[in-house]
Design a binder for this molecule. Structure first.
Ligand code: MSP
Length: 513
């Protein structure tokens, strides 16, 4: 039976301007989704936009628009960016859609009927930018402990979710399922948060109206996080399409940033407990990017626009850098210098040159015709063994969401091919006509390994991978390719013609500033 793989990004606040932090989560999910598809899984990859709440209502008011008009206008910033970044999501969920609002009301009612939601009064602090409730004690010198901005005091009637009831069950669940929160270093952080005591959670607001009305009491709208988290269910047809929902749920992984782990590991899991729905298999929290050593912030105006990066450096260059530079789970720093260094050394030098020099030798020594293999020697066998090893490493690393390690393994294979060429020295073989057979074998083996590299690296840099494959006359249907079979040695067709390729990854001059 085909395995399924359901992967999600967080849904992004619709009115925010997308920056590399958002692009990072989405690109990482895309690489995983593409890889799993190549491994024969039936993948559902969901992303979307978080559209409700006071922030959007206020922004719309200030613009003289209805909130939905604002949302319809700005949601395109994300949708267009995902297209530009070659994101292969299967759907894009918006919390303002009926299919989602229906699910929020259904689940709210289900939990209310089960007695885990009750009406009370909330009197404490609220940070609107983070959409988070805080107690006096939790504030850091009167500021929001997450974003350091000023919270405001709230006093209003509110529905509460009995989160306290699930405290023991949740910590037991986390201990019984060691893979549930990843990386492992984040588990303890969550366990100690739970140990401090889970309080019941306010899950409705009355002071604004842009949200999902509480069923039976539309003075209240549902708290944005309760609303937003449910996208993971509504996006795969909860209630609307049981077959689809049962096929994909539980999610295999929710990929998120470390700042929203608590919402996913604690709130989301307890909501699901209360609704009688299985929790996701895993929540993976990645680290945060700073820019040139500084935190990205509106006041510093230093948020890096992914559109600008793509235009300047190219889409695959950005995808590669973000996934290669930092181990997934740790924080990283985005600097132009590091980006250019990666592009020049890994993409231009190692991969680009390998591709160009092997193709050029076929053009030069075989008049563009891909040669035949005459006899496989120990050297080719060693190369094939390296390829097998990298295939297995990819499986391990991708299952652990260690995309940087997967890329390191692929580049080890690239180095091995480069070394093979240097050792075999085709330019010397070409000088001796009786070694034409050997020369053919060497160039064939190198070309075929480059084909496999393109397949291995496709999840990370799909556009360039397809360019390589097309150049080698290896035209696959990438939506229906099986990595295991396609990466067997011998896929390149001898006798077909290739040209000298254009430069895949132009070198970038590092300007002194
Ligand atoms: N709307 C909520 C998520 C609801 S999911 C049910 C939200 N949206 S967000 O737009 O603010 O953030 C979305 C993601 O972007 C988060 O995973 C967050 O960690 C990530 N990033 C935002 N800034 C980031 C960096 N500077 N670096 C890396 N990722 C960061 O939270």
């Amino acid at each position: 039976m085909t395995k399924k793989f359901y992967i999600t990004t967080p849904i992004y606040y619709v009115n925010d301007v997308p920056h590399i932090g958002h692009a990072y989560t989405t690109i990482a999910c895309d690489a995983l989704a593409r890889y799993k598809r190549m491994m024969g899984c039936n993948v559902f990859f969901l992303t979307g936009a978080d559209e409700h709440g006071q922030k959007v209502e206020n922004a719309a008011k200030a613009n003289g628009e209805a909130p939905i008009e604002l949302a319809d206008r700005v949601v395109k910033r994300y949708q267009q960016l995902w297209e530009k970044l070659n994101i292969s999501n299967n759907d894009f969920i918006r919390t303002s859609q009926d299919r989602h609002k229906q699910v929020v009301q259904d689940i709210f009612k289900k939990v209310l009927d089960a007695g885990d939601i009750y009406l009370g009064e909330y009197e404490d602090w609220y940070c609107t930018p983070c959409e988070t409730f805080w107690t006096e004690k939790q504030l850091a010198d009167g500021k929001c402990p997450d974003c350091n901005r000023d919270p405001h005091k709230l006093k209003e009637e509110s529905y509460f979710f009995r989160m306290s009831k699930y405290q023991d069950r949740l910590s037991q669940y986390i201990q019984d399922n060691p893979d549930f929160i990843a990386p492992a270093s984040r588990r303890n952080e969550i366990l100690s948060f739970i140990k401090e005591g889970l309080r019941d959670l306010s899950i409705s607001r009355t002071t604004f109206s842009w949200g999902v009305p509480v069923p039976g009491n539309d003075k209240h709208v549902v708290y944005v996080w309760f609303d937003a988290l449910l996208n993971y269910l509504s996006g795969i047809g909860y209630r609307a399409d049981d077959r689809m929902f049962n096929k994909y749920w539980p999610a295999d992984v929710h990929v998120i940033g470390k700042d929203i782990l608590r919402f996913h590991a604690v709130y989301w899991t307890t909501f699901l407990f209360a609704a009688g729905i299985e929790p996701p298999k895993r929540v993976f929290a990645h680290g945060w990017w700073t820019v040139e050593g500084k935190k990205m912030s509106k006041s510093l105006r230093n948020a890096v626009d992914p559109n600008m990066l793509v235009q300047t450096y190219g889409v695959d260059q950005i995808r590669y850098f973000l996934l290669r530079e930092v181990p997934f789970g740790l924080d990283g720093d985005f600097s132009k210098h590091a980006l250019i260094h990666r592009i020049n050394s890994d993409l231009a030098n190692d991969l680009g040159n390998l591709f160009s020099r092997v193709c050029s030798m076929v053009v030069k020594y075989f008049d563009r015709v891909i040669p035949k293999v005459s006899e496989i020697t120990q050297s080719e066998k060693a190369l094939i063994a390296k390829k097998e090893e990298v295939y297995l490493q990819l499986e391990i690393h991708m299952d652990a969401l260690a995309m940087n390690k997967a890329l390191i393994s692929i580049f080890e294979f690239i180095s091995a091919i480069n070394k093979y060429i240097d050792d075999m020295a085709p330019w010397s073989l070409a000088k001796e006509p009786k070694k034409a057979g050997r020369l053919g074998t060497v160039l064939y083996a190198a070309l075929d390994c480059i084909r496999v590299i393109a397949l291995f690296i496709y999840p990370f840099i799909p556009e360039s991978a397809v360019k390589i494959l097309e150049h080698l006359n290896s035209n696959y249907d990438m939506s229906d390719i099986n990595l295991k079979y396609s990466s067997n040695f011998g896929g390149i067709e001898s006798g077909t013609k290739i040209d000298k390729p254009e430069v895949l990854f132009p070198r970038i001059e590092q300007k002194r500033e």
